[in-house]
Design a protein around this ligand. Sequence first.
Ligand SMILES: O=C(O)CCC(=O)C(=O)O
Ligand SMILES: [Fe+2]
Length: 253
Amino acid sequence: MATVTKLNLKAETGDCHRLEAEQSEAPAEISDSRTKRVVELGNGCEVIYMPRFLNYDQSWDYLEYLNRNIPWNRPTIRVFGRSCVQPRDSCYVASEGLPQLVYSGYQPHAYSWDEFPPLKDILDAVHKALPGSRFNSLLLNRYKGGDDYVGWHADDEKLYGPTPEIASLSFGCEREFLLKKKPDKTSRGKNTSGEPPRKRLKKDAFPDKHSFVLKHGSLLVMRGYTQRDWLHSVPKRVKADSLRINLTFRLVL
Ligand SMILES: O=C(O)CCC(=O)C(=O)O
Ligand SMILES: [Fe+2]
């Protein structure tokens, strides 16, 4: 891994200093309930959040390495029939021989894992944490500041199959990650019971919105039917004015 100037980068990500204080006070061993939160979204959709997945200092090293060594690109994409510049930098890494990824009318070049050895180490750690997972592709995003964002979307491209597991690692500035339920078009969501709406409310035990503040070194996993039934976004945040890098590992079938 490349030599890093961790301190300089920490200074640049000023808003994230708070995080460092929190972390240094943490006990050496933390119980699973503090390190892992499982959120059932209902209907076979699930999110897992591990705020302290990777070692804090090593995560700064990764941020520095990725910032310097990834061939970042800000492509022109199509959203609702209009061309626009993607509001963040990105890059795509994938194993050889997979079908090509196309999103928002854009087909990114697939770089090889061999070009970025630290990505293989991160991938190994993710595989260990998620038994049975075997990710073979990775979409990287770089948010230079609070104006960079990703709008509401689902990662429901056909090449991931009907129930993709997506493992999302965050480095640097904390950003809010939002989930909202898609409008329900099926009979599942309609009141066909004949019961008055007040009674039905009690049975709707699952909220239709969630928010996570994705911490430096954290891992968030979406699984089951989350991409079919839910949308997610990382909205603009004026105050989050420092660098964040996010990695989403996926399995192309
Ligand atoms: O940056 C994030 O946390 C989310 C990125 C994302 O949703 C995506 O790449 O599809
Ligand atoms: Fe996504």
